[in-house]
Ligand binder design. Structure first.
Ligand code: ADP
Ligand code: MG
Length: 256
C-alpha cells in the first residue's frame, strides 16, 4: 500500500527509471483530445492551441518543453480544468471533465490535482504551516476544524519531507525562493492528490536551487505514486521524465 504523503518511507529512494522502462501496462490517467484554444479580446484573436492530443500515464513523470509563447501554460490550464477548451476534450480517470460544471471541476481539482506555479502563490500574511493547510481550510471549515490536529501533523510531516520543519512559523517573506517553492510543493501534496501539475516550478530559481527543488518534487511523487505533469525549461530535468513532450506554436511536435 502507498504510505500517506509526508510519512517517511523505508527502503532506498526510487531513482529515475528513465524512459527505458518497459512498463506498457500503465494506464492513461489524464488525456487531452484535439484541444483547441484561441484567446479573444475585442477584435483581437490569438490562436494558441491548434489541436493537441496527449496522454499522461499513471505513475509517470511527463515533462512539457517548448519556447515561450508556444502554449504550454494554456495547455496545463485546460488539463487542470482552470480554463475550458474551445474545441476538444479533457478526460480524467475515464471521465470527461471539461464539460462539467464549475463546481464539479473545482472538486476534481481540489481532490485529485495538486497545482504548483512559478510564483509560489503563498499567502503573505499566513505562516508556512498555515499556507500548507489552506487546501484543507477551503475544503470546508467544519471538516477542517474537527480534524485539525491530524491535518496539522500531516502538514508538519510534509514540511519536514521538503526540509522546512525549522521554518513552520515563518512567513513567506522571511524565506528564500527555493524555500517558498518547497512549501508550495508541500501545499500541493497535502490533499494526497493523484496528480501534480506544475508550471515552470523552478522558473524563478537559480539553477542549483531549481534542480534541488525538482529532485525533491520528483522523489516525493515517486515515493507516493503521484503522477507528474510539469512544464519546464530545464532540459536536464526534462530528460529525466518518462515522457518528454515538445510544443511548437500550439502543437505537439514530438512526444517521446
Ligand atoms: P507558454 O506557457 O508556452 O509561454 P502561454 O500558453 O502562456 O505560452 O501563451 C501562449 C500565447 O497565448 C502567448 O502568445 C500569449 O501571449 C497568449 N496568451 C496567453 N494568455 C492569454 C490571455 N489570457 N489573453 C490573450 N492572450 C493570451
Ligand atoms: Mg508559460
Amino acid at each position: 500500500m502507498t504510505p500517506p504523503i509526508g510519512r517517511p518511507t523505508t527502503g532506498p529512494p526510487v531513482l529515475n527509471p528513465g524512459r527505458l522502462r518497459c512498463d506498457l501496462a500503465r494506464r492513461t490517467i489524464l488525456e487531452g483530445r484535439s484541444l483547441v484554444k484561441t484567446y479573444r479580446k475585442r477584435n483581437l484573436e490569438t490562436p494558441v492551441l491548434k489541436g493537441v492530443d496527449l496522454n499522461i500515464r499513471e505513475g509517470e513523470i511527463t515533462a512539457i518543453v517548448g519556447k515561450s509563447g508556444s502554449g504550454k501554460s494554456t495547455l496545463l490550464h485546460l488539463l487542470a480544468t482552470l480554463d475550458r477548451p474551445d474545441a476538444g476534450e479533457v478526460w480524467y480517470d475515464h471521465q470527461r471533465i471539461d464539460t462539467l460544471s464549475a463546481g464539479r471541476r473545482e472538486k476534481i481539482r481540489n481532490r485529485q490535482f495538486g497545482l504548483i506555479f512559478q510564483f509560489y502563490h503563498l499567502l503573505p500574511e499566513l505562516t508556512l504551516l498555515e499556507n500548507v493547510l489552506i487546501p484543507h481550510m477551503i475544503g470546508g471549515f467544519w471538516s477542517y476544524w474537527t480534524k485539525r490536529s491530524q491535518w496539522t501533523q500531516k502538514a508538519v510531516e510534509l514540511l519536514d519531507a521538503v526540509g522546512l520543519k525549522h521554518r513552520l512559523r515563518h512567513k513567506p517573506n522571511q524565506l528564500s525562493g527555493g524555500e517558498m517553492q518547497r512549501a508550495a510543493i508541500a501545499r500541493a501534496l497535502i490533499n494526497d492528490p493523484k496528480m501534480l501539475l506544475a508550471d515552470e516550478p523552478t522558473g524563478n530559481l537559480d539553477e542549483e536551487n531549481g534542480q534541488d527543488v525538482m529532485r525533491m518534487m520528483m522523489d516525493l511523487c515517486r515515493q507516493h505514486d503521484v503522477t507528474i505533469l510539469m512544464v519546464t525549461h530545464d532540459m536536464q530535468i526534462a530528460n529525466q521524465a518518462d515522457q518528454l513532450i515538445t510544443m511548437v506554436d500550439g502543437r505537439i511536435e514530438s512526444a517521446l
